[in-house]
Design a protein around this ligand. Structure first.
Ligand code: PRP
Length: 215
């Protein structure tokens, strides 16, 4: 059991892409459909154990050593300041962290700007770098209706296709930073199992580059 290397895999769309990449890289071949409600799936031949986690928790599993390596969005790393090694930008799961507001919004600068977000730390840091005082309204999702309901002036959230913004009559005011999926490693695991982890990272890098060329 112990020689299995564990991988924190974000559930959902991102996780499916990651599994495609592992397969393309010839590292592991997992059929997530067969897992049912099981949250740990093993590839016996590859000696890999995939732990299915919420995307937002992936870096926590890796940072605390519950997983040796994992994949998470840069948005999560920026918010949590996770103490992990970031080994690779996988080049997918691309989106941008943006400030968005109702069309025509102008910041009158009268008192703190009310910002609804899941990313309280990242929002504080971003606005503080611009010298703008904010009042963070921390939500766990469904951020977009906040301005319409008077809960906030603006939102600070990831934008991928922009359709959620459009459907809630919001527009991007400014982009804070780009986001994409990152392959990360627990620091101790990276030291003790360096060869294995390096091999996986190198193969993933090659497969990710091929995947990007095809798109
Ligand atoms: C994210 C984000 C936006 C949406 C952006 O939410 O918070 O709501 O995706 O995507 P789009 O630009 O393609 O419309 P997610 O679907 O992850 O759900 P959440 O609100 O529960 O975080």
């Amino acid at each position: 059991m112990e020689d299995y290397l564990s991988v924190a895999l974000p559930k959902g769309r991102l996780g499916e892409k990651v599994l495609q990449l592992f397969k393309k890289a010839g590292i592991a071949d997992i059929d997530i459909e067969k897992a049912g409600r099981k949250l740990c799936i093993e590839d016996e031949a590859a000696k890999l154990r995939f732990i299915l986690v919420k995307p937002y928790d992936s870096a926590v599993f890796v940072e605390r050593g519950a997983a040796d390596v994992g994949v998470c969005g840069y948005d999560v790393l920026a918010e949590q300041h996770s103490d992990v090694y970031e080994l690779l930008d996988l080049g997918f799961g691309k989106c941008a962290m943006c400030v968005a507001a109702p069309k025509g919004f102008v910041d009158a600068n009268a008192g703190p700007l009310k910002v609804a977000t899941k990313y309280a730390n990242a929002a504080e840091e971003y606005f503080s770098s611009k010298g703008r005082d904010i009042d963070v309204i921390k939500l766990n999702g469904s951020i977009e209706p906040a301005p319409m309901l008077g809960l906030s002036d603006v939102i600070f959230d990831i934008v991928e296709t922009g359709s959620t913004l459009r459907e809630n009559r919001l527009e991007v005011v400014e982009k804070a930073f780009d986001v994409s999926a990152r392959f990360i490693a627990n620091k101790a695991s990276y030291n003790f199992r360096n060869k294995e982890i390096r091999t996986i990272a190198d193969r993933l890098a090659k497969a990710a580059a091929e995947m990007q060329e095809q798109n």
